[in-house]
Design a protein around this ligand. Structure first.
Ligand code: TXA
Ligand code: MG
Length: 356
């Protein structure tokens, strides 16, 4: 069935949304992957949009479905640590230690790639990103299909990553064959990415596995400079980190003044004065103090896990409510603060309001 959707290079397919805990559905999804089709599935971080990683044509369909730039490489998902040797030419001891410590789980490791991994999967790079997810549906799908699954987050390029199957449906209906619904994901932000191809292991994207957790296992770990000082002249080593990501349609600003509540209330009042629709992304502690019709509570400020789990759905909710301006508190406090602020500031295009 062909139909016109916004990207004319892909044909319309009926997307089946079904229970990802049902073994029969996983069997169908596995067959779709074997035949070179696209299936979205839950992982513990965010939903992934999967295709056979070793089939260049299948991987190409991911880029078309997402509208993703083709230089942005995909993560290859595996279900067995031993399979790393099928994908990577060199596996340093530190990589092995990290795999043993954190897999299955929210950690992606970059290694030099074997020729079997097509350039279409790695965006032309000679390295490959590998991750063993812990979500049971993801693991069953990889095992039952017998394919390594290339999977970016299952959002349209530029939108917040999906943390619910309904988010995937919103973005991907008509573009992929199937969505396995596993309910709300546990973590809510994408995996930590560590590059192990250089002398010092380097974090290319912060996530649930923190620098301190990595250093406990392998000693010194660096952070990609482009992450520390968002400076357009520094090119992030993870190509995907250079794109404006996670962005809601409304203009998001992060407020870091000495009296955040007062500043936000005054900005909200100004925006209302212009006839705009406004939302506040708030901590539970401050939520009651805002004078605004759309207050989205992310969680207690000292509970990084809760904030991370709610961030992307709050950004999508702003889109659903047609919000023009979004003002957010900062969430630096917890061990997950680095990962949360990385996503929030990218969504805000680095727009921060401070005392002058
Ligand atoms: O939690 C996650 O990692 C999720 C779930 C689905 O597993 N996946 C995910 O994929 O976030 P994606 O495509 O949205 O982000 C992958 C990131 C991009 O920033 C990409 O540039 C980077 O990983 N990446 C992939 N391969 C790389 C490589 N060989 N070298 C450097 N960066 C790489
Ligand atoms: Mg993504």
């Amino acid at each position: 069935m062909k139909n016109d959707i916004s990207n004319p290079s892909i044909s319309y397919v009926n997307t089946v949304l079904c229970n990802g805990e049902d073994a029969a559905n996983i069997t169908v999804a596995a067959a779709i992957l074997q035949q070179g089709g696209l299936v979205a599935f839950p992982t513990e971080t965010v939903y992934g949009l999967g295709a056979d990683a070793l089939n260049a044509d299948a991987a190409a369909k991911i880029y078309a479905a997402k509208g993703r730039p083709s230089d942005n490489p995909l993560i290859v998902h595996i279900a067995d640590i031993d399979d790393v040797s099928k994908l990577a030419t060199v596996i340093p001891d530190k990589a092995k230690l990290l795999m043993e410590a954190f897999w299955p789980g929210p950690l992606t490791i970059i290694l030099p790639k074997k020729d079997i991994v097509p350039d279409g999967t790695t965006g032309g790079l000679n390295t490959v990103a590998i991750r063993m997810p812990s979500h049971p549906t993801a693991l069953s799908l990889i095992r039952e299909s017998g394919v390594f699954i290339a999977a970016p987050s299952a959002n349209t390029s530029g939108r917040p990553s999906p943390t619910l199957a309904s988010h995937v449906y919103e973005d991907m209906n008509g573009r992929i064959e199937m969505i396995l619904d596993g309910g709300a994901v546990g973590i809510g932000i994408e995996s930590t990415i560590v590059d192990l191809t250089g002398d010092i292991p380097t974090i290319l994207r912060p996530g649930f596995i923190t620098k301190a957790m990595l250093e406990d296992i392998i000693g010194d770990v660096a952070i990609d400079k482009a992450l520390i000082e968002p400076d357009p002249s520094l090119r992030p080593k993870a190509p995907g980190m250079k794109y404006t990501h996670y962005a809601p349609k409304g203009e998001l600003s992060v407020v870091e003044t000495s009296d955040v509540v007062a500043t936000i209330n005054s900005l909200v009042a100004q925006s209302y004065g212009k006839g705009s629709r406004v939302a506040v992304l708030a901590s539970k502690e401050h939520a009651g103090e805002y004078i605004c019709d759309d207050i989205l509570v992310l969680g207690e400020a000292n509970k990084g896990e809760t904030i991370a789990a709610h961030l992307y759905s709050a950004l999508r909710e702003c889109d659903a409510r047609n919000i023009d301006y979004i003002y957010s508190e900062s969430f630096h406090q917890t061990s997950l603060g680095g990962a949360i602020m990385n996503r929030l500031l990218k969504a805000a295009g680095q727009r921060v309001i401070r005392d002058d």
